[in-house]
Design a protein around this ligand. Structure first.
Ligand SMILES: *Cc1c(COP(=O)(O)O)cnc(C)c1O
Length: 385
């Protein structure tokens, strides 16, 4: 289906909503029935028609249809966070005694899901270096049920050859889920590479305005339905109609925002790559990136997230750089209109858990501001390193 049709028209059924051009925000928890017989019929279809908004809500339903169509998937679920989406999917696909192989250094809460939550319920795991797909095969046990991929990761940008890992999964009858938050559904199409479930946060590019937290799962009807009827409904991490409405609003500009950010990021990466105060730029489409060829093969564009390692003598130099930025807000997350800086040294200090990341690394997200103004800002801040 053509992308702009999906984003601007699919599923809106405007005749049914007073010919309203913007979709209706159906802010209700429950739906009523005129007769007992109708109530009974409603219950039978509680996942597919208005009954109770944890299962089905018309505003959320429009969003689900569009997100499924973007991925060319049969179905999509929207949850109240990306972490909730990953948790619901992984819990749905594993039972006590099962084993999961997961890429090393996944998103922090994916790691905690395996090490803290599922370990308590006797689901075992192995973390592997995903830069060699064969590591997934080597980690397999007779009880392995699920592969978790994330490519690239969102701090140091190691890639996994998604097609190669999915071939191993298929050979062995193992299901796979990929955290596609870095690239989102427009820049990397993991389902067509053989992944069974595509998962990504919608808090980042999809919503894009730094005012919603949500997450998405897409895939085959049968798998998505399995997650919906059990973990989605029992864990109950569903998205509100208001947040779904904001995301529908945001989808109109998704390609424009992502292209602008990606375009500006390429300029910024080039600038940083030749700056004397920068030791290294980590950005998969940079010509020197160790997995550049794989990045070009499986990503249509590279997102607006990169990390720099600064030639600073000490942490104070990194702090002077970050404190001196004017356009870049210091904050977690990314994918919004606003450019951001995330220094790893902010996670280091008394009372904070230890991290293996280098102290001279700053992750930078390029938002929608003027790229030349962003470069000027970086330039003046780099002078303080
Ligand atoms: C942000 C993020 C998540 C979690 O999404 P939330 O919506 O914040 O829960 C998961 N994976 C990756 C790679 C992320 O960057």
């Amino acid at each position: 289906m053509e992308l702009s049709w999906i984003l601007d028209h699919l599923g809106e059924e405007r005749e049914a909503a007073h010919a309203s051009v913007a979709p209706p925000l159906v802010r209700t928890s429950n739906f009523s029935f005129p007769t007992v017989a109708a109530f009974r019929e409603g219950l039978k279809r509680e996942f597919d028609a208005p009954f109770y908004s944890r299962g089905h809500n018309p505003t959320v339903a429009i969003l689900r249809r569009k997100l499924a169509a973007i991925d060319g998937a049969e179905d999509a679920l929207v949850l109240s966070s990306g972490a909730g989406a990953m948790a619901a999917a992984v819990i749905a696909l594993t039972s006590a005694g099962d084993h999961v192989v997961c890429v090393q250094k996944p998103y922090g809460w994916t790691k905690k899901l395996l090490t803290d939550l599922l370990a308590r319920f006797h689901v075992e795991h192995t973390f592997v270096d995903g830069t060699d797909a064969e590591n997934y095969r080597r980690a397999c046990r007779p009880t392995t049920r699920l592969f978790i991929l994330e490519s690239p990761n969102s701090l140091t940008f190691e890639l996994t050859d998604i097609e190669a890992v999915c071939r191993i999964a298929k050979e062995k009858g193992i299901l796979s889920i990929c955290d596609n938050s870095h690239s989102g559904p427009l820049f990397q199409r993991t389902l067509s590479m053989g992944v069974d479930l595509n998962m990504y946060t919608a808090s980042k590019y999809i919503n894009g305005h730094a005012d919603v937290v949500a997450g998405v799962i897409t895939g085959r009807k049968e798998l998505v339905r399995r997650i919906m009827e059990k973990e989605y409904m029992t864990l109950g991490a569903v998205v509100s109609p208001d947040d779904a409405w904001l995301m529908l609003r945001s989808l109109r500009t998704l390609p424009l925002r992502m292209e602008r950010s990606a375009e500006s990021a390429a300029k910024v990466a080039t600038f940083l790559g030749s700056h004397p105060k920068v030791a290294e730029v980590l950005w998969p489409f940079a010509p020197g990136h160790p997995q550049h060829d794989l990045a070009r093969k499986q990503m249509t564009r590279c997102g607006a997230l990169m990390s720099v390692r600064l030639k600073a003598k000490d942490m104070a130099g990194v702090e002077r750089f970050c404190d001196g930025l004017r356009y870049f807000l210091m904050a977690v997350s990314w994918g919004g209109y606003e450019s951001l800086a995330l220094p790893t040294c902010a996670f280091m200090g008394p009372g904070l858990p230890s991290t293996e990341l280098p102290w001279d690394l700053v992750r930078i997200y390029i938002g929608l501001e003027d790229p030349d103004a962003l470069i000027d800002d970086l330039d003046q801040a780099l002078a303080r390193v």
